[in-house]
Ligand binder design. Structure first.
Ligand SMILES: NC(=O)c1ccc[n+]([C@@H]2O[C@H](COP(=O)([O-])OP(=O)(O)OC[C@H]3O[C@@H](n4cnc5c(N)ncnc54)[C@H](O)[C@@H]3O)[C@@H](O)[C@H]2O)c1
Length: 416
């Protein structure tokens, strides 16, 4: 098949390479000229495990352009950000992508939407832009940055299709590179499934965050409590932390509820997770660091061992801390571009009164507290991920506060 992939970002580009690797002819399209120039020069615009090698093997089957062209399949993988004011999906990129392919889509061409969209988008918006008579499928992406290629191949996939023809063509395309099982349904169900998956995780994390705050109040170590509760064969509580980030978890729950008035729990979970950066600020104050002091933020990526800072709760924490009069210095060995300067570790801790660990990058575990203590003004550590060896840090003179770890001696049973 000839496949035109619209949007060559974290999802579109690896997908395009896998499709090319399965022997299809791929035309990659992006509106960003720098991305097209880089790819045509044989370079990747971002890093992803295994992508370099795959790209080098398949690039002869691929071409990269600013404009779509006729193809058997059009695969749309453009952004679907959240309109932060209205808390609804911003579908402008999807609309523009559909407009851009409209004149190239033939009667028997399939249009696959991979972008995450609110239920009804494919049936109502995509279909109407494409004059209602086209073959449409929705194949939401479940891959996780850092492990994208493996997951794109081995995860099970859900394909929603608007008729048997769409189902057959989409099935042929995906089964040519997916080794996981493929399940078929209608368009709207596939859209909802993707949103439910991320909403489930967001609510689970909100529950963990609520547990963590209760544990702080009653003097329990939530990390120990969760690991014990998870010994139950049907319980799997996720980890608390400084909030939820990334392209999916902090965004998708809003897409699920934008056309329904029946949700209570989903928006409450969003509220709880969004409030965590403020809670981390309270922990900094509780450890005794007054405003005017410098805080070192360790990690601004939204999750471990990746450079992705989209929707990162770190940004919210930094803004809250600055509003409260703290100076902020940031160290993140993965992140190259951020709204604030990224410093090396020594520079970031020099003159600092408190390290606030927000991302549990593996390399942070080997930071030697004795080597950095001498550069700090005061030795305080707030660990929001239970990432470091706290005894070691205490032994080197640090005062340590861990999110979700209540101090048993401070227990006040106000209701008894
Ligand atoms: N990144 C993830 O981990 C992930 C996981 C699951 C689902 N998704 C979903 O996949 C979709 C794509 O996400 P992403 O992370 O790849 O985004 P991204 O921002 O990395 O890439 C999107 C690309 O689309 C391009 N683009 C925008 N409008 C275009 C147009 N009209 N024509 C051609 N190119 C256009 C942009 O220039 C950009 O390069 C989103 O809906 C996202 O929610 C992402």
């Amino acid at each position: 098949m000839k496949v035109c992939v619209i949007g060559l970002g974290y999802i579109g580009l690896p997908t395009a390479c896998l499709i090319a690797g399965a022997g299809h002819k791929v035309v990659g399209v992006d509106i960003k000229t720098n991305i097209i120039n880089m790819l045509n020069a044989g370079r990747l615009p971002f890093k992803e495990k295994g992508l370099d090698e795959l790209f080098n093997n398949v690039k002869d089957n691929m071409s990269f352009k600013n404009q779509p062209e006729e193809a058997d399949v059009f695969l749309i993988a453009v952004p679907t950000p959240l309109d932060k004011e209205a808390k609804i999906a911003d579908l402008s990129y999807v609309r523009k992508a559909c407009e851009s392919i409209k004149k190239y889509v033939k009667e028997d061409s399939l249009v696959v939407v991979e972008s995450t969209v609110p239920p009804g988008t494919c049936e109502l918006i995509v279909s109407s832009i494409l004059n209602n008579k086209k073959l449409i499928a929705h194949c939401p992406e479940r891959a996780m940055p850092g492990n994208t290629l493996y997951e794109m191949v081995y995860n099970d996939r859900v394909i929603g299709a608007n008729n048997d023809n769409s189902k057959e063509i989409a099935g042929r395309l995906y089964s040519s590179f997916v080794k996981g099982k493929i399940f078929y349904t209608d368009l709207k169900t596939a859209e909802m499934v993707k949103l439910m998956e991320n909403t489930f995780r967001d609510i689970n994390i909100a529950l963990a965050n609520e547990f963590a705050q209760i544990a702080e109040d009653i003097g329990v170590n939530i990390w120990e409590a969760i690991s014990l509760a998870n010994r139950h064969p049907r319980v799997n509580i996720l980890s608390p932390g400084p909030g939820v980030g990334g392209h999916c978890l902090a965004v998708d729950p809003w897409f699920l509820i934008e056309n329904s008035s029946k949700s209570k729990m989903i928006s409450l979970a969003r509220e709880i997770n969004d409030s965590m950066p403020k809670h981390v600020m309270e922990l900094v104050k509780k450890i005794g660091v007054p405003s005017g002091e410098t805080l070192t933020v360790l990690g601004v990526a939204y999750k471990r061992d990746v450079d992705d800072t989209r929707e990162t709760p770190a940004l919210k924490f930094i803004r809250i801390a600055e509003n409260e009069g703290y100076n902020i210095k940031i160290h993140d060995p993965y992140v190259k571009e951020f709204e604030y300067p990224i410093l090396d570790l020594k520079e970031a801790v020099t003159g600092s009164s408190c390290i606030v660990l927000l991302t549990d990058h593996s390399v942070f575990k080997s930071i030697p507290p004795d080597k950095i203590a001498c550069f700090m003004k005061d030795k305080n550590l707030v660990d929001t991920r239970n990432c470091l060896d706290h005894n070691l840090w205490v032994n080197h003179g640090f005062k340590v506060k861990v999110l979700g770890k209540g101090d048993a001696s401070e227990l006040k049973l106000s209701k008894l």
